[in-house]
Design a protein around this ligand. Structure first.
Ligand SMILES: Cc1cc2nc3c(=O)[nH]c(=O)nc-3n(C[C@H](O)[C@H](O)[C@H](O)COP(=O)(O)OP(=O)(O)OC[C@H]3O[C@@H](n4cnc5c(N)ncnc54)[C@H](O)[C@@H]3O)c2cc1C
Length: 380
């Protein structure tokens, strides 16, 4: 087993690090303060090729693979988690839905624009009554000739107010449970697409999370992804990849916390010496670093399996579970090491603490990851 990144991967990581540190860090603090969408950061990510990471080169993508994307997402999230969420959803849920399940026509029409950032992609599965239990969604699609009419309200849609294309999951058979859901590609410019209330959130404040009303929206039959009534499998299959992206977010936030904690511990003096000299502080640093590196190994493994075309659902859930918990642990301890200063907006650990929290909630809560992992062992 090779634990070293290749030369190309190291160069990609370095380029992403330099970009994120020089272009995203200051914008992250500003977006957190103003709650404005991180539009400039996303445009710059597009210029770097980071909006086409899951898009094949023939459609203008950078085709970095899952491990390449994790390396980039770690660096982006270390600088700005709101940008990281947007880039992750766009790549691993929106672009990938077309790469894996789209017709040739859909690939030609949308992938080149998504790869450059001319179009931004979103993912609309959740509803007020269906979060963890996604299969109980009620947003309805009714056939009308060759078209479908979508009607209903989605909830928690990341950048749903500013994106151009959304994968929407809707019920096409009222009595078939998970087997009555279809995936549609919907353009936000079409009549009937109405972003609603924007959530006021504790973190990720540069990533608008909105309600999305689909009001008798007409969608051509050619914009169905995969087969009618097979959308639930598509939703879950995409989330396997998405969870690797969120694991990358956990790694990035954890790294940011560890670096901030080490720096502060070396500078802050109490009892006549840097607080880094105290065993209690050293123990926190040791635990943070070890949890981060354990999560990194799980995440790289899940991404490598995906890149090899092997089953990776269990491993993606393990990576997401561990990396999201690591980021919350690291954020809590980094803040503690900063003492009172960590509780203020003068230091970024306060933002890391708020941003980390959601990694244990979206794309499957911590409890749901455990369910997925346990079922993968218990299933006969
Ligand atoms: C900032 C943000 C951005 C988001 N972006 C998107 C997006 O772009 N697109 C999208 O579709 N969704 C998005 N979501 C929704 C997100 O995926 C859901 O919030 C998540 O799946 C949990 O659903 P819920 O909030 O309805 O919680 P619930 O499902 O109601 O869960 C509440 C609690 O019950 C627990 N629970 C539920 N079922 C079980 C069970 N069987 N066993 C054990 N415990 C259980 C949960 O773990 C949780 O602790 C986003 C959410 C947030 C907060």
């Amino acid at each position: 087993m090779d634990f070293e990144l290749s030369e190309d991967q190291q160069m990609l990581q370095q380029a992403a690090r330099e970009f994120a540190q020089s272009e995203l860090v200051e914008r992250a603090a500003e977006a957190d303060r103003t709650e404005e969408f991180v539009a400039d950061s996303i445009r710059l990510c597009g210029e770097m090729g980071f909006l086409g990471m899951s898009v094949p080169e023939e459609y203008g993508g950078s085709a970095l693979g899952a491990l390449g994307a994790v390396l980039v997402l770690t660096e982006i999230n270390k600088a700005c988690a709101a940008t990281g969420t947007t880039v992750s959803v766009h790549n691993s849920l929106a672009c990938e839905s077309i790469v894996r399940f789209g017709s040739d026509e859909l690939k030609q029409r949308y992938l080149p624009k998504l790869a450059t950032g001319e179009m931004l992609g979103g993912y609309a599965l959740s509803e007020a009554g269906s979060g963890s239990d996604a299969g109980s969604l009620v947003c309805k699609a009714t056939q009308d000739g060759d078209d479908w009419i979508l009607d209903g309200t989605k909830l928690w849609i990341s950048h749903g107010s500013v994106c151009d294309l959304v994968v929407v999951f809707a019920r096409t058979d009222a009595d078939a449970g998970n087997k009555g859901i279809t995936a549609f590609l919907v353009e936000s410019a079409w009549e009937g697409y109405k972003p609603g209330k924007k959530e006021v959130k504790m973190g990720l404040r540069g990533s608008p999370t909105v309600e999305l009303h689909l009001d008798k929206m007409r969608v051509p039959g050619s914009n169905v992804l995969g087969e009618v009534n097979r959308g639930f499998g598509i939703a879950m299959g995409l989330l396997d990849g998405g969870r690797i992206g969120i694991a990358g977010q956990g790694l990035g936030i954890s790294e940011a916390c560890l670096e901030a904690a080490v720096k502060f511990a070396g500078e802050r003096e109490q009892f006549g010496k840097p607080i880094a000299a105290f065993g209690a502080v050293q123990e926190k640093i040791a635990e943070m670093a070890t949890k981060l590196e354990a999560a990194r190994l799980l995440t790289y493994r899940a991404a490598s399996l995906k890149d090899a075309g092997k089953p990776h659902g269990r491993e993606a859930s393990m990576a997401k579970l561990e990396a999201s918990r690591a980021s919350n642990y690291c954020a809590k301890e980094a803040l503690q090491i900063h003492g009172g200063a960590g509780y203020t907006r003068d230091f970024p650990v306060e933002r890391y603490f708020r941003d980390a929290r959601v990694t244990e909630i979206y794309e499957g809560t911590t409890e749901i990851q455990k369910l997925v992992i346990a079922r993968s062992y218990l299933r006969p």
